[in-house]
Ligand binder design. Structure first.
Ligand SMILES: C[S@@+](CC[C@H](N)C(=O)[O-])C[C@H]1O[C@@H](n2cnc3c(N)ncnc32)[C@H](O)[C@@H]1O
Length: 286
């Protein structure tokens, strides 16, 4: 696999369009890749200001470098309605950034799975539906995705799902207690492919220093990506993080085979369409 630059992706997709059937799906892929470029470029120009402003406010400047760009527009009426009407049921308010009590939030004691960046929530909701004995707490900044996810939870009548619409760094640093998570999962985080963007990546040594203590002993940290360079960085960071042990077989390349419990995500499908490989990692806290 190669880390295709977004512009190359667009070019490939345009070529595909002319050589294969011109389907609506191909059009959508081009639009999506174009959106990636647009948001990435916005991120590049906005980065220094963000960094200076946020870094000044934080004791952990590196953590405060935004790992996302808020995309505007494209929210459906149903998602807007969900944000208004379903929030009382599914949304956890973290505006005061106080420590959360998961037992009180879910109304029961159960293993706690926290997912950062669930996107439009399809895979997150599928996992929660397949695992009713666990509590699923999702953290996402993208409002349409949060709305869509609450709609899916409501459609499926799930009572083991809660969402937080906020930057995960704040939630991880302020709202979650040490040794309170059974699982932390991050699937297909924004790859920030260019070298100058790498500092925006969610997963880095400081991030692992922050999240490892939040896991219970025996708890899992799960990651997946379709960007080879990011996969290698994730593996290196996880391997070097004190207190974490790889579940991949000794002598393997360090990645695990695609776990049966991980549903296909939207970004994974996109990666596959672009010819990327997929890398899964599962580590356990000692
Ligand atoms: C590339 S998308 C992947 C979405 C989904 N996991 C999937 O595979 O389809 C990454 C998501 O992470 C979210 N994200 C990035 N940084 C975040 C942060 N610091 N806090 C919360 N969400 C974040 C973005 O808004 C985006 O929806």
């Amino acid at each position: 696999m190669t880390d295709n630059a977004p512009q190359q992706n667009i070019t490939n997709l345009e070529e595909n369009k002319s050589t294969t059937t011109e389907t609506a799906a191909a059009e959508a892929q081009v639009a999506e890749a174009a959106e990636t470029i647009a948001t990435t470029d916005t991120a590049n120009t906005a980065a220094p200001a963000d960094t200076a402003e946020q870094g000044a406010k934080s004791e952990h400047p590196e953590y405060r470098m935004r790992s996302y760009v808020l995309r505007t527009g494209r929210i459906t009426n149903a998602q807007t309605r969900a944000l208004e009407e379903l929030s009382p049921k599914y949304m956890v308010d973290v505006s005061d950034l106080k420590l959360l009590d998961p037992t009180a939030i879910f109304g029961r004691e159960a293993p706690l799975v926290v997912e950062i960046g669930f996107g439009m929530g399809k895979a997150f909701i599928e996992m929660a539906a397949n695992d009713p004995d666990s509590n699923y707490l999702g953290i996402e900044v993208h409002a349409p995705g949060v709305g869509a996810t609450m709609l899916l939870a409501e459609e499926q009548g799930l009572n083991n799902v809660k969402v937080i619409k906020h930057d995960a760094f704040d939630v991880l640093t302020k709202c979650l207690a040490p040794e309170s998570l059974d699982v932390l999962q991050i699937f297909f985080p924004d790859p920030w492919p260019k070298a100058r963007q790498h500092k925006r990546r969610l997963v880095n040594p400081q991030f692992l220093e922050l999240v490892t203590p939040l896991l219970k002993h025996g708890g899992q940290i799960r990651m997946a990506t379709d960007w080879q360079n990011y996969a290698e960085v994730m593996l290196e960071c996880l391997t070097n993080a004190p207190g974490l042990k790889n579940t991949a077989p000794e002598g393997s390349d360090g990645f695990v085979p695609r776990p049966a419990w991980r549903p296909l995500t939207k970004f994974e499908q996109r990666g596959e369409r672009l010819g990327h490989g997929i890398w899964d990692l599962v580590f356990i806290r000692d």
